[in-house]
Design a protein around this ligand. Structure first.
Ligand SMILES: [Zn+2]
Length: 322
């Protein structure tokens, strides 16, 4: 007699299918547990903690944890910089903060409107934090609400009524800075004109000369342009003139090689801008431009094809009118 875990009426083909489905489920298990797992956090400068998101595209394998999020601890309080793409990522970040300090979380700063950076905000409401962002952030969040709800439903399985937007209550005017103090730890937050988006802010920890750049800087991953390429290059030019010890990009590994990092992204943007200009001047249509522009940058960046195509798709129609 042959021993089997499966009933006798299950034939070979059915057995294979059952085994295949079981393997699939086991394979998927870590994904579903991801949100509740502890976040890997690194102290990149004294009192400055970063969790690095994975390099995944929003349209391919998005799991809500693709950007850099983290916090700065002062003598009396804590500031959070970006909160991740969902409440569960926000909760996981909050849990990591509580492991490091008992100090109150006084501020949550959003570097810009993109969904992977803001939907963890809701986890910090109970902390009584003030939320800080660009003057344009509330409107930008409202405009994108429906699209972001659909994305969260599709990839994170979060129903629209659970995709909760938490708006900033402290707004920074364009081209202005404000300073907050975490207790012997002044933090300067600056809002920019239209660049990566129309909602970009940077966060500078003055004690360590660390700049959280938001998505004004990408490292490893192909830069995203969702605002204005000329404005983006202009802002990069101004940031390159300033001195920082450490840059924490919106995506990628924090770096002390500040000049190299700024130059690499600026170079891509210039190649992209000039390539689109040439393409338009030569009468190439949008699809041809997508096929040819900035190809020489391909090997330097992750997720290049999908993001470079999106960038061209965004910039080309605008530059046609210039
Ligand atoms: Zn981002």
């Amino acid at each position: 007699m042959k021993l089997s875990l499966m009933p006798s009426w299950v034939n070979e083909k059915m057995k294979k299918t059952i085994i295949y489905i079981c393997c699939l489920l086991v394979g998927l298990l870590p994904l579903s547990l991801l949100a509740t797992e502890a976040l890997a956090i690194k102290e990149v400068a004294p009192g400055v903690f970063v969790h690095q998101g994975q390099h995944k595209d929003v349209d391919e394998g998005y799991q809500g944890d693709i950007c850099n999020i983290g916090f700065i601890v002062g003598k009396t309080s804590v500031a959070v910089i970006d909160t991740g793409g969902s409440e569960s990522i926000g909760d996981a970040l909050l849990a990591e903060i509580h492991k490091k300090t008992d100090l109150p979380i006084r501020y949550v700063i959003n570097t810009h409107v993109h969904l992977d950076h803001i939907y963890g905000n809701v986890a910090f409401i109970k902390e009584g934090a003030d939320f800080i962002g660009h003057k344009n952030l509330p409107d930008a969040m409202r405009i994108r609400k429906e699209f972001y709800e659909k994305t969260n439903q599709k990839y994170l399985n979060i129903p629209p009524d659970k995709t909760i937007q938490v708006f900033p209550n402290i707004l920074i005017e364009e081209s202005k800075s404000i300073e907050i103090d975490l207790g012997a730890r002044p933090i300067k937050i600056t809002a920019y004109p239209l660049a990566h988006t129309n909602t970009d802010v940077t966060v500078e920890d003055l004690n360590t000369s660390t700049l959280w750049t938001g998505d004004l800087l990408f490292i490893e991953r192909t830069p995203v342009i969702d605002g204005d390429i000329h404005g983006f290059i202009k802002v990069l030019n101004s940031l390159m003139d300033m001195k920082f010890n450490l840059l924490i990009p919106g995506h990628g590994t924090p770096t002390q090689e500040t000049k190299l990092a700024w130059e690499k992204i600026r170079h891509y943007l210039i190649v992209l801008r000039d390539g689109i200009r040439t393409s338009i001047d030569q009468g190439q249509d949008l699809q041809t431009a997508i096929n040819v522009v900035a190809r020489m940058e391909y090997s330097k960046w992750l997720l290049f094809d999908i993001q470079n195509a999106r960038n061209i798709n965004m910039i080309y129609p605008k530059m046609e009118w210039e």
